[in-house]
Design a protein around this ligand. Structure first.
Ligand SMILES: Cc1ncc(COP(=O)(O)O)c(C=O)c1O
Length: 385
């Protein structure tokens, strides 16, 4: 590799945090039966056959795809919001596919025209990309779960509020009332609310619709939006519910003027979902059965892991929905990470998600059944029970 002598290039971003996990991953790999990786929530089950077939059938794609998404895809997304998210009558014009949702999270502040002096609010314990997006725009990220927590001088500068329910990493779900209150206070400020809802189909307990629970509330639902989508964006991803993380398949929907502006900027910037992926997304969104089948797999893995983690001495908090168990042993995060690594289990350090994550670890449900069973055995044996 030849290296440039001239400094001064590259963005001033923190080192990607997961690099800090390398020693613990190495330690876990020394386990005689191998490591079980429950750190990054990357899906491990196969992409459903009918989605792969749709991708393959659309493989002949010599022309440029549409940035706004095909009308057929946007119809499928609108249909899914109506069926699954309590949001009927969404205008397909007010929907936009994205290249996975991480890119939208990272670029939204810039694409909204935010910059120095503007404040982006993100949850106190949060997916780190909300902060990165603020930095890429030169705006200031502020951690808060309600605008009432902010100093008035900061509150006046808020232009974008991220909400993430069900949350990564905590699995906490915000009620309709709490979302509504956040929307009302952000609107009073003239700020956009971007609601990252990618775990909404994975509710447990009282949020498990498949077991008589309620639907996880979303920002576009009339009970939250008041029937007015202005300043609201729902951000959604098919990575988890359809095992499509490798396809980069996601979308956003809401305020028509914001969507139109995003479409225009993204046309200029070449932020376009490939045509075969757009076809695959339709196949995924038109079929609810595979999402329910995948959810059943995660539910079963969760039911194996919860008692094993508790037997090991971890207390699980929140974790009402999504792909993670948010747990603490009442000690330093890295002590728990090390103790788990000694059992050949790799977990995510809570401190990666903000200072309020100190003392916690995030345990993902994304290992196959054998891996989850092995992790549970090791945890239970280590507890001596
Ligand atoms: C809260 C949250 N938002 C966004 C993403 C990004 O999803 P993707 O880029 O795969 O669509 C993730 C992935 O883990 C996430 O947890």
């Amino acid at each position: 590799m030849s290296t440039s002598e001239a400094p001064g290039f590259g963005l001033d971003l923190p080192e990607y945090p997961w690099e800090a996990m390398a020693p613990y991953a190495r330690r876990a790999a020394e386990h005689p039966d191998g490591a079980v990786n429950l750190s990054i929530g990357t899906p491990v089950d196969p992409t459903p056959e009918h989605i792969r077939a749709a991708l393959a059938a659309a493989a002949d794609a010599p022309g440029y795809p549409t940035t706004h998404g095909t009308p057929a895809l946007r119809e499928s997304i609108a249909g899914w919001y109506a069926r699954r998210r309590g949001t009927p009558d969404l205008d397909p014009a007010d929907i936009l596919p994205t290249v996975g949702s991480k890119e939208l999270v990272a670029w939204l502040p810039l694409l909204l025209g935010l910059g120095p002096g503007d404040v982006v609010v993100r949850p106190v314990v949060a997916y780190p990309t909300y902060d990165i997006g603020a930095r890429l725009a030169g705006a200031e990220a502020v951690a808060a779960d309600s605008l009432d927590e902010l100093d008035p001088a900061v509150r006046r500068r808020v232009r974008l509020v991220w909400v993430n329910s069900p949350a990564n990493p905590t699995g906490a779900v915000r009620s309709t009332e709490s979302l509504r209150a956040l929307v009302d206070s952000a609107r009073a400020q003239g700020a956009v609310v971007a609601s990252d809802e990618c775990y909404a189909e994975l509710g447990w307990g009282e949020w498990d619709e498949a077991r008589g629970g309620q639907r996880v509330p979303g920002v576009l639902e009339p009970a939250v939006s008041g029937g007015d989508l202005s300043l609201l964006l729902s951000v959604y991803s098919l990575s988890k519910q359809s095992n499509l993380a490798g396809y980069r398949a996601a979308f956003t929907a809401g305020d028509g003027a914001l969507i139109a502006s995003l479409v225009n900027s993204r046309k200029h910037a070449g932020m376009i979902v490939p045509a075969p992926v757009q076809a695959a997304m339709r196949a995924a969104l038109d079929d609810d059965a595979h999402v329910q089948a995948q959810k059943d797999l995660y539910r079963a893995r969760r039911e194996v892991l919860v008692p094993a983690l508790e037997a090991f001495g971890l207390r699980i908090s929140d974790s009402e929905a999504g792909l993670y168990l948010w747990a603490t042993a009442g000690e330093d995060t890295w002590t728990t990470i090390k103790r788990l690594a000694e059992l050949g289990i790799v977990a995510g350090p809570g401190v990666f998600y903000g200072e309020a994550g100190a003392g916690y670890v995030r345990v993902a449900l994304t290992a196959d059944d054998d891996g989850v069973a092995a992790a549970a055995r090791r945890l239970t044996n280590a507890s001596g029970s």
